[in-house]
Design a protein around this ligand. Structure first.
Ligand SMILES: [Zn+2]
Length: 388
């Protein structure tokens, strides 16, 4: 545990936040759905005995607060999560992130199951093996079976660690849709400027070292992606996350990979201080999650055998903390910015259940490994036994 980073973390606040989330959702369930949301009980049988063969992970872009999501005043922004997905899911209300609250390093920590400690703005690989490497090595899967779709050029090393036993050649294939768009458009960014903004809190433009990165041309070929179609679609959409959704749906149709990881990031526009752009992005992320779930249901390669995990990388600051700026940033390291949630749904995963015990964001990897039948032996988290 990093004592400096956690100096402001108060577990009692996390616990209150988790119970509030459960209460907020219960009030919705009572008014809207047929059955009320139940607390997890180890005695309750799973809804089905089907097995998970494929997994899709969505990080709920850049962190949102409960005031704009699960609280009564926030539920207007997440109608799909609240009304469609959570009633079919096991919902973890208290997922604590004890690591560094920068998007790349936090997302890398989610993917390794260890709190990575590298500089968030450095172009480096995670130190510990990623879930993609465990999966590909143990299950003898090709690179085309594990994909990461990531929001900004700073994420180009997330698919593969620098670990001496795993690492090179065993990672996920990483798609950076913005990079694809730049190349497809002949580096004439003007037409797509609204899609090409990079990470909203990047301080410097990082040099791309080119290592481990296959050429965009080879990548497009591997994806069976027509650049003409891609450009035509990009012209019609409003945000980088919609571009990521397009790539994900394209991969599902053409290649049907067993493992996809999609990092949404539009919500982080909150750093600009524009509340309406932040809530618009939450609404968009909510819709994208529902669209992905629908794509799973509409595709025989995925329907009935795919688990979907949705979780933020971390939260944002509270309104009352003098060290923060409310929704705008995530700089205080307080309990509100550290206490997130996980929505897990799919075959064999209990529906309409909350698990309120404190778990950690690094518990995701051991859980995914159990579902994908590989051994995440260097991961430091623990199994989320509620979904197994
Ligand atoms: Zn941010």
């Amino acid at each position: 545990m990093n004592r400096v980073a956690l100096a402001r973390y108060d577990p009692a606040v996390s616990n209150v936040q988790a119970l509030n989330r459960r209460r907020f959702l219960q009030s919705v369930a009572k008014t809207g759905a047929a059955s009320a949301l139940m607390s997890f009980s180890p005695l309750r049988a799973a809804t089905t005995t089907q097995h998970v063969e494929k997994v899709i992970v969505v990080t709920f872009g850049g962190g949102a607060r409960d005031e704009e999501t699960f609280a009564p005043e926030g539920q207007q922004y997440i109608p799909h999560l609240v009304g469609e997905l959570i009633p079919q899911a096991t919902f973890f209300t208290q997922v604590v992130n004890r690591g560094i609250l920068g998007h790349y390093v936090a997302t890398a920590s989610l993917a390794t199951g260890c709190y990575e400690t590298f500089n968030n703005f450095a172009p480096v690989s995670p130190a510990n093996p990623t879930i993609f490497e465990y999966y590909r090595r143990d299950r003898h899967r090709r690179a085309s079976d594990a994909w990461v779709i990531a929001p900004s050029n700073g994420f180009n090393h997330i698919g593969e660690s620098g670990h001496r036993i795993y690492g090179k050649g065993l990672g996920a294939t990483v798609v950076l849709p913005k990079q694809l768009l730049e190349v497809a458009n002949g580096n004439r960014g003007a037409d797509y400027e609204h899609l090409l903004r990079d990470n909203y809190e990047s301080i410097v433009q990082l040099p791309s070292d080119g290592e481990h990165v296959i050429s965009v041309h080879d990548l497009a070929e591997l994806m069976q992606l027509s650049m003409t179609d891609f450009l035509a679609h990009a012209r019609m959409i409003a945000s980088p996350d919609e571009l990521s959704l397009y790539i994900a749906q394209h991969l599902m149709q053409k290649i049907a990979p067993s493992f996809m990881w999609i990092t949404l990031h539009d919500i982080d526009i909150a750093h600009s201080g524009a509340f309406s752009l932040y809530t618009n992005a939450i609404q968009r992320s909510d819709r994208i999650c529902a669209d992905l779930w629908q794509s799973i249901q509409n595709n025989p390669e995925y329907k009935g055998k795919t688990a979907l995990f949705i979780l933020p990388d971390f939260g944002r600051d509270g309104d009352t903390d003098a060290g923060g700026n409310g929704f705008q940033h995530h700089r205080t390291g307080d309990a509100l910015s550290r206490t997130t949630w996980i929505i897990a749904l799919g075959p064999g995963i209990r529906e309409n259940i909350t698990a309120d015990r404190p778990v950690e964001s690094i518990d995701l990897v051991p859980t995914l490994a159990a579902l994908l039948q590989c051994n995440a032996r260097f991961a430091q988290g623990h199994l989320l036994h509620e979904v197994l």
